[in-house]
Design a protein. Structure first.
Length: 229
């Protein structure tokens, strides 16, 4: 099990590529970040004071690979905490981080014929694997990523890197305004019962997709999800 560490960090970039979607990069001020693909962190806007405990925070998947100096996350403004983040974060400000958490890709699973299913910003934990040399060991991996519109797909740079690392990587982008929402029925029809399915996205999507796969007799050991939210 990974040792969780508290870090003081500085925001070095703060971008809003589209309305209510933000990407930030953070540099550690207290040692090298240590984490594995698919893991997530706790981010607090207030300074950590050991005498009063860990401040209010939220969980975010890391979009960066472990060997990058900066941690990169992308978040959508959906609640009070992310509204505070959007209003208060800026280049040069300090945040408190606690990481790593999660075992998405350290769970036992085959690396053959893996299907990755992502809804919106749910793609981010997958990106940390796709940019890692570990991704070379996956045989014929497939990605299905759904977005409301093409403008919400902010991840082409990482996908290009992933395709260089794994030449057999098949990528399918589904845009709701063009083709409708992600269909787990269609994904299962195309890929079959014996594959391993990793699912990441809104909680309701994860729940319904997992239920569908289970009802269609995909083994529970072949269904993995990033559902810490």
């Amino acid at each position: 099990m990974a040792i969780v560490k508290k870090y003081s960090a500085e925001v070095v970039s703060f971008e809003q590529p589209i309305k209510d979607i933000f990407t930030i990069r953070m540099r550690s001020l207290s040692g090298i970040f240590k984490y594995s693909p698919g893991q997530f962190l706790h981010l607090a806007l207030d300074e950590y004071d050991p005498s009063s405990g860990w401040p209010e925070s939220r969980c975010f998947s890391m979009r960066s690979a472990f060997n990058e100096e900066l941690i990169k996350i992308t978040f959508a403004v959906k609640g009070s905490f992310t509204k505070l983040m959007a209003a208060n974060l800026h280049i040069g400000c300090k945040v408190a981080l606690k990481l790593p958490y999660g075992d998405l890709f350290t769970q036992e699973h085959t690396r053959q014929n893996v299907v990755f299913i992502a809804g919106g910003t749910g793609i981010t934990p997958f990106l940390s694997l796709f940019k890692d040399d570990l991704f070379r060991s996956y045989f014929e991996p497939v990605l299905f990523a759904g977005f409301k519109e093409q403008k919400f797909n902010l991840y082409n740079e990482e996908i290009s890197i992933a395709k260089q690392i794994n030449k057999d990587f098949e990528v399918n982008f589904i845009y709701q305004d063009q083709s409708g929402i992600l269909s787990i029925a269609e994904i299962l029809k195309r890929n079959g019962l014996s594959r391993t399915y990793f699912i990441s996205g809104p909680p309701l999507m994860i729940k319904s997709f997992k239920n569908y796969l289970t009802q269609k007799h995909v083994s529970a050991s072949n269904i993995k999800s990033d559902d810490w939210e």
